[in-house]
Design a protein around this ligand. Structure first.
Ligand code: NAP
Length: 641
């Protein structure tokens, strides 16, 4: 809960002005929560929960009259609260949150309410501590990686009083947000949902933050939560070996001096991410190129692109952000697009949040939480229907009537944007269903960039790279001084290049044989006390956020640790049958989602074409599965020490 003292009093006129920019479906619940007066939650002002194919109805679909009324109620309630000395009625359960949540969500069952409450982030501590469960036991956890997931794990481990060390190969925390410093790098999901429920922030300037502010958020979090004392920077893990005799892991890593070191732990939590091993195209002659070349995630800040002919290979999320920036700098830019992306029109993609909204976040305690909650709610299951395959649907570029309506809306956007350039329009409209690959966001900048005289969009296949540039299948040489690879990551190669050996010395990557699988995305049979965060099948496409999922996975790991400690067990191992049962459901469900359709390649799939990255079911189901480990899924092994 926000401290009242952090929110200054205000003048009536400031409030009146700010309310013009308010997002009403979340402001009214925030007022009810703050004042304890639910009169503002009138039925007439209840937001619609359905989204349209191209996104949300502004202001929850409220009519202009209803919006005026909502602002009037909001003004009266907040003016009265301010003039009465701003009493704080939020604490001690005095204000019942459930009916306020249901103003947005409608009636909800107990599990849903618990999920919704967790997203408000008003709870806090973990439900157990090591001191209470196993005070005398020596027990240590090694977390690998200090990005978004690793920091969440560190936060919960510290709260529970479990000894832990985080080994991070980079020189600071932040994971992909540290590694990706390419021009234009920013969030294309809302920073409200791409931030922890337990560390919400009222001071966001943008809805889609620039790389520096999201990196600063994670770095500040690590400092504020005293996590840095537990983090060893510049330490890259090369191997982890399970020792059955002692039920411990030996973790081998290289320290900043280059010395190889070992650390023993009861538990290893891998938080190495999915999107950090740059993937380069397997094009003949790549190494012969005479100019400079680099991957978007390894940006060369020393090379000045002015007066250079630059080639960008790729048109995925990273290239899409880089291209407009490089276009303004290079002498000429050639974009090599193999497959065009679907683009969600997002007029606010590069805009500051409206000033009145930012003012309200700074003056109305907890409003930013309700704003975040409303975004969570409408994105959680609301858009899932657009990605679900209708059985028997026979069209190639859509998977259902809803998906087709979305496709038509998105294609219409491209037709409008490129109406004056039919040559470009012919290249930019995808021929696959929306949500088969990752959807991108745009506020017009993509079309503006591709239409420039000094930019060329090439959609012929690349046949080779020569010292002089890129040659396409029609034999044309596209001369370049610099090649930038926006060609993505080896996402399905989980935990590569670490050598991880489990029970009986079985190697994780041999065990997986190219098909990474983990129960609930977290645990692997034959690898006791190894837990994966953002592991197989935990990436999100339409419903929810990966931060929510990482938090849920951390909750699951913490519940497993509690089991191990409470049972005085040596190790906890997932049963092979549990994994098979889990994947019978997950693989079947993937086949019913747009991203599972055959014939469309994406980083969501392994080399065999199986969806190895994404969660295909509801967010609620993942959240339910991660509350506690199912005892039938695990073997608890007695301790040997
Ligand atoms: P990506 O989505 O995998 O895109 C790679 C691009 O390179 C695609 O256009 C791909 O074409 C192309 N490509 C790959 N090999 C090629 C070849 N041999 N010849 C020609 N083109 C080739 O990778 P990414 O753009 O780095 O993004 C990966 C993920 O990172 C995103 O989906 C997202 O989850 C995350 N990301 C997030 C943000 C953010 O704003 N939050 C920003 C950047 C990245 P095909 O489509 O034909 O394979």
């Amino acid at each position: 809960m926000d401290l009242l003292s952090d929110f200054p009093p205000f003048e009536d006129e400031e409030l009146r002005l700010a309310l013009a920019d308010a997002e009403l479906p979340s402001l009214l619940p925030a007022i009810a929560h703050l004042t304890g007066d639910t009169a503002v939650l009138a039925d007439l002002l209840r937001p619609a929960v359905n989204s349209t194919p191209l996104g949300l109805e502004p202001q929850g679909g409220l009519s202009a009259e209803a919006q005026d009324l909502a602002r009037k109620h909001a003004f009266e309630a907040l003016r009265s609260w301010n003039s009465q000395g701003r009493p704080d009625r939020r604490g001690n359960g005095a204000v019942e949150l459930e009916p306020i949540l249901e103003f947005i969500t409608g009636p909800a069952d107990a599990d849903s309410v618990a999920l919704h409450m967790s997203q408000l982030g008003l709870g806090g501590e973990t439900s157990w501590t090591k001191a209470a469960v196993a005070p005398d036991r020596e027990f240590k956890v090694v977390v690998i990686g200090a990005g978004m997931s690793g920091l969440a794990a560190a936060y919960r481990l510290r709260q529970a009083g479990v000894e832990f060390v985080v080994l991070e190969r980079n020189t600071d925390v932040g994971g992909v947000w540290l590694e990706n410093s390419y021009p234009g790098c920013q969030l294309d999901t809302s920073n409200f949902s791409y931030s922890y429920s337990f560390a919400q922030q009222a001071s966001w300037q943008y809805q889609y933050s620039r790389r520096d502010s999201i990196l600063a958020y994670f770095q500040r979090f690590a400092s504020d939560q005293a996590l840095r004392d537990h983090i060893l920077l510049g330490c890259e893990v090369s191997a982890a070996r399970y020792d059955e005799a002692t039920a411990t892991w030996q973790v081998t890593y290289t320290d900043p001096d280059g010395s190889v070191r070992r650390m023993t732990a009861n538990v290893v939590v891998s938080a190495v991410g999915q999107l950090n091993k740059p993937s380069y195209p397997n094009v003949p002659g790549r190494e012969t190129f005479a100019g400079g070349s680099w991957h978007t995630a390894r940006w060369d800040h020393q090379t000045d692109l002015r007066d250079k002919r630059v080639a960008v290979i790729g048109a995925g999320a990273s290239a899409f952000q880089v291209v407009p920036e490089v276009a303004g700098e290079a002498e000429h830019l050639t974009v090599f697009q193999r497959t065009p992306p679907w683009i969600m029109p997002t007029p606010t993609y590069h805009s500051l949040l409206k000033p009145g909204l930012r003012w309200l976040f700074q003056h109305i305690p907890d409003y930013h939480r309700w704003f975040r909650f409303y975004q969570f709610w409408v994105s959680v299951e609301g858009r899932r229907k657009y990605a679900v395959v209708q059985p028997g649907w026979a069209k190639r570029d859509s998977v259902s009537p809803e998906n087709e309506a979305l496709r038509d809306g998105l294609a219409g956007y491209l037709e409008r944007e490129f109406a004056d350039h039919p040559d470009l329009l012919a290249k930019v409209v995808p021929d696959y269903p929306p949500y088969a690959k990752r959807m991108l966001r745009d506020d017009g900048r993509w079309a503006e960039t591709l239409k420039r005289d000094d930019v060329t969009l090439v959609d012929d296949a690349i046949s080779k790279i020569t010292p002089a540039g890129v040659v396409t299948a029609d034999g044309s040489l596209h001369e370049a001084d610099v090649i930038i690879y926006g060609t993505g990551f080896a996402a399905s190669e989980f935990l590569v290049p670490m050598e991880v050996s489990g029970r009986g010395g079985v190697l994780l990557h041999e065990h997986w044989g190219g098909e990474a699988r983990a129960n609930v995305g977290v645990t692997v049979p034959q690898f006791p006390n190894l837990f994966l965060l953002y592991g197989p099948n935990t990436n999100l496409v339409v419903n929810g956020s990966i931060v929510l999922f990482s938090e849920a996975e951390v909750d699951y790991v913490m519940a497993c640790l509690q089991e191990i400690l409470a049972a005085s067990a040596g190790a906890m191992e997932c049963r092979a049958e549990a994994l098979e049962k889990f994947y019978a459901r997950v693989d079947e469900a993937s086949g019913r989602m747009a991203f599972g359709v055959a014939g469309v390649n994406s980083w969501y799939k392994s080399a065999s074409g199986r969806v190895s990255q994404n969660w295909p079911l509801s967010t609620l189901e993942f959240w339910q599965r991660t509350r506690r480990p199912d005892p039938d899924d695990y073997i608890l092994e007695v301790r040997h020490d």
